[in-house]
Design a protein around this ligand. Structure first.
Ligand SMILES: [Zn+2]
Ligand SMILES: [Zn+2]
Length: 252
C-alpha cells in the first residue's frame, strides 16, 4: 500500500566545512524525528565519510541514504545518491582520482570532521572538500547515472554553484532524475520552473547546514510503499504509482 512520506535528499554534516558544528549524528537524527521526516540523504561536499555515523545514530528512523554533493570542474553542485555503500565507495574512489590536493584551512573554511554515531571525532579530512573536482558536469552525471545512482542538479534556482547560473538551460538529454529547487522558492516560482522544464521532475530539499532548517516546509512529499532508496528512485521515475507530490500543494 502506498503512503505519503516526507523526504529530504540534501543534508550536510560536520564533515562539510560550511556545516555548523551542531550538525552531529544524534542531533541530526533527533531533528528529523521531531520534524516527522522519514528519509534523509547525507550529502556532504565531495565525500561520504559521515554516512555511517548518521545511519548508526538513526537505526532506521529516519532511513539514511548515502550520497554526496559533488562540485564539478565548472563549480556546479550536483547531488548524487547511491543505491548501496559499495556503489558509493566506488564512485567516491573514481571521483577522488581528480580531486585537487588543496588543503583545507579550518580558520577560513571551517572544520571537516569525520565522526561516529556518538559524535566522537574519528578523523579530520585534510583536503578541502568545497572545491571543484577535475570532471565536467557531464562526466559527473554520466558516471553516476551509469552506476545506478540518482543524479539531481542542486538548487538550480540559486545564483551560484547551480547549473543554470553557470551554463544556462539544462539540456533535455542531460542524464538526471530530478531537478532540485531551494527551500526559498515560492509556489509561483515553482510554476515558472515547471513551465521551463515541463518534462522534468522537481523536488525541494532543505540543504541543511544547521539543525534549525530541518523541517517539512523545506522538503518534499513522496508517495511510496516505504521510505527507501529504491522507492524514492521509483517515485522520481514515476513507476508503479510511486510519485513526487508537489511540495507547494500543501501537506497531505
Ligand atoms: Zn550546493
Ligand atoms: Zn548543499
Amino acid at each position: 500500500m502506498l503512503s505519503h512520506f516526507w523526504v529530504d535528499l540534501h543534508l550536510h554534516t560536520v564533515l562539510s566545512p560550511c556545516g555548523e558544528l551542531e550538525m552531529g549524528a544524534p542531533e541530526i537524527v533527533a531533528a528529523y524525528r521531531d520534524a516527522g521526516i522519514a528519509l534523509c540523504a547525507v550529502t556532504d561536499h565531495n565525500d561520504i565519510a559521515n554516512v555511517p555515523a548518521i545511519r548508526g545514530a538513526a537505526s532506521g528512523n529516519p532511513v539514511v541514504v548515502s550520497g554526496m554533493e559533488v562540485q564539478t570542474a565548472e563549480d556546479i553542485h550536483v547531488v548524487v545518491l547511491f543505491p548501496d555503500d559499495r556503489t558509493a565507495a566506488a564512485y567516491r574512489e573514481w571521483l577522488w582520482r581528480e580531486m585537487p590536493e588543496r588543503a583545507n584551512d579550518p580558520d577560513i573554511f571551517g572544520d571537516q570532521f569525520v565522526i561516529d554515531s556518538e559524535n566522537q571525532i574519528l578523523d579530520e579530512q585534510r583536503v578541502l572538500l568545497v572545491q571543484g573536482v577535475g570532471y565536467s558536469v557531464d562526466e559527473i552525471a554520466s558516471e553516476a547515472y551509469d552506476r545506478g545512482a540518482l543524479v539531481i542538479p542542486a538548487h538550480i534556482d540559486r545564483p551560484s554553484f547551480s547549473y543554470e547560473s553557470v551554463l544556462g538551460r539544462i539540456p533535455d538529454e542531460f542524464p538526471c532524475h530530478a531537478l532540485e529547487l531551494s527551500p526559498a522558492v515560492s509556489h509561483a516560482g515553482f510554476t515558472e520552473w515547471k513551465a521551463r522544464y515541463p518534462e522534468r521532475v522537481f523536488i525541494r530539499s532543505s540543504d541543511s547546514h544547521r539543525l534549525g532548517t530541518i523541517s517539512r516546509d523545506r522538503c518534499t512529499v513522496m508517495l511510496l510503499e516505504e521510505p527507501s532508496f529504491e522507492e524514492v528512485a521509483r517515485a522520481l521515475k514515476g513507476q508503479d504509482g510511486r510519485a513526487v507530490l508537489c511540495p507547494w500543494a500543501g501537506a497531505p
